[in-house]
Design a protein around this ligand. Structure first.
Ligand code: IPM
Ligand code: MN
Length: 380
């Protein structure tokens, strides 16, 4: 069958693109190029629609995400998300702050499983602040629970106590089912990798930590005895992540610890600009589909926004994760990863990963280089 003929019978996937704020639109532009390239090379048929989220949505509509956008995100085959936030919106009401748009999308789409792989490409081992042998060849996953915990627990308030004092309350809350389902994702991921799960919590000070530890151990004993399970306290786990990260395979942890530990993990790879992520919902038993959103772990980087110097790799690799996890296109996702590695091996570097003797390039040049490598690899 010719490639063209194959393209005709290929499924059409609807992608909903939410570039957001700051460098979001710049890095998303590179994904748009990539989508056009894939459509043009018989590697899927992708239709795209764009929407506003975060501060840019607030400026247009007075909220950080509209109901219409949430509905479109629910209807899409996958959401590709850039980044939100920036000092411009520091003073907007708390409920309308840019981050609230992202949090609502995660909650309303039920995206409880956030997969954050930290892979250190050989070419970047020197860019990490850690010694080469600590990070070279690193390949771990931080699996972050994304719809529970202190991010969403109620009450979440600041109360005036009337005596010149205020009291702020955030609530860390987890139910058994929330821990069970994220634990299952962790064990299933590990089975396809090096078969080891490390669960991190603070059972020495938190009730949610006690329950987390207990439930993960039960799911393991009941359903995943073949997988190695280890428990670490989250503070000590953070220390181990910078001491010897290669001891880990899949780390499973709650929403807040996962936020912090994944930023640490990002630096192991050389830069926050390198880390992609996938946020997945439950598999629908009828359609076998799951809601999904793909976003880089980095933020909107307002300090470099508009300068064309942001690293698009985390965003491009997030699209690669969409191919892998939403469209079962593992081969194409592998090609994208190889193309990223090849562009880096040619010593092209954006500012965040620059090193001596390498060529400094901008966002668009890096995106073009990845596509050029892809073209070469696809023809091989
Ligand atoms: C992340 C971000 C978000 C989070 C912010 C933007 C709300 O830091 O995805 O890691 O804290 O979850
Ligand atoms: Mn974060």
């Amino acid at each position: 069958m010719t490639t063209q003929c194959k393209a005709l019978i290929m499924a059409t996937y609807n992608l909903f693109l939410l570039p957001g704020d700051g460098i979001g639109p710049e890095v998303m532009a590179e994904v748009k190029k990539l989508i056009a390239w894939m459509n043009g090379h018989g590697m899927g048929t992708f239709r795209t629609d764009d929407g506003l989220v975060g501060g840019s949505c607030y400026d247009a509509h007075g909220v950080s995400v509209t109901d219409e956008t949430v509905d479109k995100a629910k209807a899409a085959d996958a959401v590709i998300f850039g980044a939100v936030g920036g000092p411009k919106w520091d003073k907007v009401p708390y409920d309308a702050r840019p981050e609230a748009g992202l949090l609502r999308l995660r909650k309303d789409l039920g995206l409880f499983a956030n997969i954050r792989p930290a892979i250190c490409y050989p070419a970047l081992a020197e860019s990490s602040s850690l010694k080469r042998d600590v990070v070279d060849g690193l390949d771990i996953i931080i699996l972050r629970e994304l719809t529970g915990g202190v991010y969403f627990g109620e009450p979440k308030t600041i109360t005036d106590l009337g005596n010149g004092q205020k009291r702020a309350v955030d609530t860390q809350v987890y139910d058994t089912y929330e821990i069970e389902r994220i634990a299952r994702v962790a064990f299933e991921l590990a089975r396809k990798r090096r078969n080891k799960v490390t669960s991190m919590e603070k059972r020495n000070v938190m009730k949610t930590g006690v329950l987390w530890n207990e439930v993960v151990a039960q799911v393991h004993a009941r359903e995943f005895k073949d997988v190695e399970l280890e428990h670490q306290l989250a503070d000590s786990g953070g220390m181990q992540l910078v001491r010897w990260p290669k001891q880990f395979d899949v780390i499973v942890t709650d929403n807040l610890f996962g936020d912090i530990l994944s930023d640490i993990a990002a630096m192991l790879t050389g830069s926050l600009g390198m880390l992609p992520s996938a946020s997945l919902g439950e598999v629908d038993p009828k359609t076998k589909k799951r809601k999904s959103l793909y976003e880089p772990v980095h933020g909107s980087a307002p300090d470099i926004a508009g300068k064309g110097m942001a690293n698009p790799i985390a965003m491009i690799a997030s699209f690669g994760m969409a191919l892998r996890y939403s469209f079962n296109m593992g081969r194409e996702a592998d090609l994208i990863d190889q193309a990223i590695a090849a562009a880096l091996a040619k010593n092209l570097r954006t500012a965040d990963i620059k090193s001596e003797g390498c060529k400094l390039v901008g966002t668009a040049e890096m995106g073009d280089a990845v596509i050029a490598e892809l073209t070469r690899l696809a023809a091989a």
